[in-house]
Ligand binder design. Structure first.
Ligand code: GAL
Length: 633
């Protein structure tokens, strides 16, 4: 695995570039990502390109032996461009423009902006498409960051109408699919349909689901336009996009199909602070991040683009954007780096080289401080580089367990949660974490992935069942788990004719007759575990495999297929996965709190995420806080 950093030559006097490049190489870095926000310097006036500085920056970095990842600058359109077409910005759900003055101020549906993007990408690719030091392109930067997937602009509304016409052909078909007779929401023409915002109460969920699908398709086609240009003008270079953490607003599997490798931006401490973790977890892992946060995304993004992936931005110190921004425990930057390698990353690149003394991110650490002295992470980068050199290249292997992840499932559940604590991403993460805490390696895969060869398959929840999914599951002999709400919606967001779990009844003959959600803090007990948040009444001839103390069925089983009819607490997940692993003949270990393992084809990695020393029984050794143990298999 290579190491790199994110660098902004346009932020620094030209006379420090060569020294920066020399220091990068000396630190063990061989990759540098540049350019993704530099539009105003590349094209200071409409049509006047200033390539001089970028040519010199690229050549300076290349002279130090660094290879370059060049970003297309379309996340930051310059002021003059926005002023030529003020309607290119997105409108928020309240209809307010998301204007100039930060970044991502554009609407994915605006044809004029798309043309400008094609123009700037073409110009860049013509200039640098064959430069020997450039090894990779990054399209844009973090699609969707700052809540920018959905826009309610005129361009988006018109795009949506066209999208609907293509999907439904007739407006009658749309009315039927959404059930618009309910509340007299029927339309007479596609031109009458608006985006689903500014309604008095919630808009039709079918309307919302299609709006989300449309918005996701717009992101994919925006990206594809850039990819097509880059493929033509720079055919030998890899293309990536840097995705985010815990982010489901567009279908990353779809975008992943168009690029050569998926990359993601890893900020474990910020994510722990910003997401659903309990205050105990936030305290225990304050300076380390929850032990499954980084790994979850490594395994998710490996499944997004044919197995090739990397970390484009790695947190090297405190960030600036979470509610609270602690510093990593000494050792964590090296640990995160080596963990990416254990999961098969091609590279890890730190964000950023030098902390900026100006503008929005001046409180965000870099590898260097603003005065160019080395910040705390640097010795750890050197350590990681040395360990990587010692262990050599690592090959990922197919994991024992597959976890099926669906962006559409996240949208469907988010649109109509029917209980505010039913969060799809959290349910998937809980399943992932429960499997990993028992020492299993996991591949997180798309619903249309090939599931052959896995020893167990976990589908945490999949409301909408696509063509071919049931057949693929039916072909498996390994234990399969289907989670709550699976098969509960049709493609147009209605209850399936024969009730849930719809087409999944071909795998397990049950019918969900009623669902209920439980407020936070309610736990309906059983022997050693409890039902929380959600439960379903299930009818059919199957005797439940597990029931709670009140005698209500919780888990149903038909041969190798199980249906879990509740939101499980951790003890229930543990019990369930123990049974599945036992049937699969998969050995489980009981890893102590904070310890995680991961195997490549050649090595077994163990990481201690705890803030104190922990005895790892599987090694017979005590690992210090924020440390790792790597052994050949
Ligand atoms: C990412 C983004 C970077 C920088 C970083 C700060 O989301 O891609 O440009 O803003 O966060 O942590």
């Amino acid at each position: 695995m290579k190491l790199g950093c994110c660098y902004y030559p346009e932020h620094w006097p030209e006379d420090v570039w060569a020294e920066d490049a020399r220091r990068m190489a000396d630190m063990g870095l061989s990759l540098v990502r540049i350019g993704e926000f530099a539009w105003s310097r590349i094209e200071p006036e409409p049509g006047r390109y200033d390539w001089g500085w970028l040519d010199r920056a690229i050549n300076t970095l290349a002279s130090a032996g660094l290879k370059i990842i060049l970003g297309t600058p379309t996340a930051t359109p310059p002021k003059w461009l926005v002023d030529t077409m003020p309607d290119m910005v997105a409108l928020d759900e309240q209809g307010r423009p998301r204007g100039f003055g930060s970044r991502r101020h554009y609407c994915f549906s605006h044809a004029g902006y798309r043309a400008e993007c094609r123009r700037i990408v073409t110009a860049l690719a013509q200039r640098y498409g064959h430069h020997p030091a450039i090894v990779m392109w990054q399209t844009d930067n973090e699609y969707g960051c700052h809540d920018t997937v959905l826009s309610f602009s005129d361009a988006a509304a018109n795009g949506f109408r066209e999208w609907l016409a293509a999907r439904y052909s007739t407006v009658e078909a749309l009315n039927t699919a959404w059930g618009n007779v309910f509340w007299s929401m029927e339309y007479r023409a596609f031109t009458e349909v608006d985006p689903p915002h500014l309604t008095v109460t919630e808009a039709n969920p079918g309307h919302w689901l299609d709006y989300r699908r449309f918005a996701s398709d717009q992101v994919a086609s925006f990206n594809r336009e850039q990819v097509e240009i880059l493929r033509k003008l720079s055919p030998d270079k890899d293309i990536t996009h840097n995705f985010m953490g815990f982010f489901t607003e567009f279908d990353h599997h779809e975008v992943g199909r168009d690029i050569d490798l998926a990359t993601w931006d890893s900020y474990p401490l910020g994510f722990l602070e910003q997401f659903w973790f309990s205050s105990e977890e936030k305290r225990a892992y304050l300076r380390q991040g929850h032990p499954d946060i980084a790994a979850f995304h490594h395994d998710l993004y490996r499944g997004c683009s044919n197995g090739r992936w990397g970390v484009m931005e790695q947190q090297p110190g405190p960030v600036n954007w979470a509610r609270f921004n602690p510093a990593p425990l000494p050792g964590m930057v090296a640990l995160w780096t080596l963990e990416a390698c254990a999961h098969g990353a091609e590279f890890t690149s730190y964000f950023r080289w030098r902390q900026a003394p100006f503008a929005q991110e001046q409180m965000h650490a870099g590898l260097l401080r603003p005065d160019s002295t080395e910040a705390e992470a640097v010795p750890e980068v050197r350590t990681a580089a040395a360990v990587l050199a010692e262990i050599g290249p690592q090959q990922p292997v197919q994991a024992a367990a597959a976890l099926v992840f669906s962006y559409e499932a996240a949208w469907a559940i988010g649109i109509q949660p029917q209980g505010q604590s039913f969060r799809y991403l959290e349910l998937v993460f809980e399943c992932y974490s429960a499997l990993r805490a028992r020492g299993l390696d996991i591949d997180i895969v798309a619903p249309d992935a090939d599931l052959e060869g896995y020893r167990m398959v976990v589908v945490p929840s999949l409301p909408i069942i696509r063509k071919g999914f049931v057949e693929r599951l039916a072909g498996l002999t390994c234990p399969v788990m289907l989670g709550p709400r699976s098969g509960s919606k049709s493609a147009s967001f209605s209850i399936p004719a024969g009730l849930a779990p719809g087409d999944l009844k071909r795998l397990i003959p049950i019918t969900v007759t009623r669902v209920e959600s439980l407020r936070d803090g309610v736990a309906e007990p059983a022997q050693g575990w409890a039902v929380t948040r959600w439960r379903e009444d299930v009818a059919g001839d199957l005797v439940p495999e597990l029931s709670d103390d009140a005698g209500r069925g919780v888990l149903y089983r038909n041969g190798n297929v199980r249906y879990l009819a509740v939101w499980p607490d951790r003890a229930l997940l543990r019990l369930l996965f123990e049974r599945m692993a036992d049937e699969a003949g998969l050995p489980l270990v009981d890893l102590p709190e904070g310890i995680r393992v991961r195997r490549t084809a050649s090595h077994a990695f163990t990481f201690n995420y705890a803030a104190e020393p922990v005895f790892a029984a599987h090694l017979g050794e005590t690992l210090p806080p924020a440390s790792w143990h790597i052994a050949p298999l």
